[in-house]
Design a protein around this ligand. Sequence first.
Ligand SMILES: Cc1ncc(COP(=O)(O)O)c(C=O)c1O
Length: 407
Amino acid sequence: MSFTLAEAKATDAADPLRSYRERFHLPEGVIYLDGNSLGALPRATVARQQEIVAREWGESLIRGWNVHGWIGLPQRVGARIAPLIGARPHEVIVADSTSVNLFKLLVAAVRLSDRPVLLSESGNFHTDLHIASGVADLTGLRLDIAPRAKVEGRIGSDTNLVLLTHVHYKTAERFDMAAVTARTHKAGARIVWDLSHSVGAVPLDLNGAGVELAVGCGYKYLNGGPGAPAFLYIAEALQEQLLSPLRGWMGHAEPFAFTDDYRPAPGIDRFLAGTPPILGIAALESGLDAFDGLTIERLWSKSRALFDVFYALMEQRCPELTCITPRGEEQRGSHISFAHPHAFEICQALIADGVIGDFRAPDVVRFGLTPLYLGFEDIWHAVDRLARILKEDGWRDPKFAVRSKVT
Ligand SMILES: Cc1ncc(COP(=O)(O)O)c(C=O)c1O
């Protein structure tokens, strides 16, 4: 498939989602292909943060918890995430980081069964595996880490809990959520899904797929800002059976009774631990506002079109890079990844040329296709610049081999 710059411009001009780009601040001269790692800044966030800091905090001080409803923000913003993942409003709450939410859910869930194995995938995002190993140590379970192709086959009568990431952070491979959940439940086990690379990008139907437990990230496709709070999901039927291992006062039935005993709050609220980070949750709410008027299906349809163009242009102009993302739309998420022995240097050279993607060790360069604010012309120029860097060996400059702390 050939796709010219003129065609890219024409496709953008006819794109019904084009105006959503205006909701974001996109720095001049930058093509941002890393929204799967840190979403771009919604313009509304700037005004809202100004308001919440200067007016709500500044003027209302501690009265803001009641006057501005800060105390209800974890539930309110959770309810905003619910339709994006096919959940009911009271099944989602915003709290902590993805890692901490994983810890809470894994400990709570494994305690419902006396089976001995916690199962996950090798090459899963490392925080998931680290948290799982801590949970296994704490609860006396055996952690079984199986290669992707073998995970499903390993679910059996000794499996207590499975932990999987729906869309893989590196390759963008996607599990069949409904099928794997059904298989797990059939074996009498439970499953926790990490939705960090799916939420806000890929259509999700947690209720429809029978999913009981999930966590997800606020700073990627949801555009909540650096270190934005994460969320967790617990299906209604399970909520009263689970107890959080982090018994903080915000998860108490009556935090302001100041009693010595712990009584869990009803429903999902018991999975709050400490005081909610109001500025961060408000920024996440602004990020969610950027989705107003859209369905995930419409976004996903544009993501697929962006993927097809990116894939075709790369195949044609940058064949040195090997695509490691499956092409089938049911088998992948909303980023596209390529392997190359010098992926790090190539990625740095590209960033220096105004195209921001990211590198994942040891040899992968990833590009996030965020349909809310990316256009086809962006994709065309990104591949054009990459082709030039490869042709001219621009990445071989030693300055592109210098590694910072965050890659
Ligand atoms: C699959 C997955 N889980 C979790 C995280 C991060 O978790 P946390 O919000 O605790 O940093 C990431 C970050 O990239 C991720 O890709």
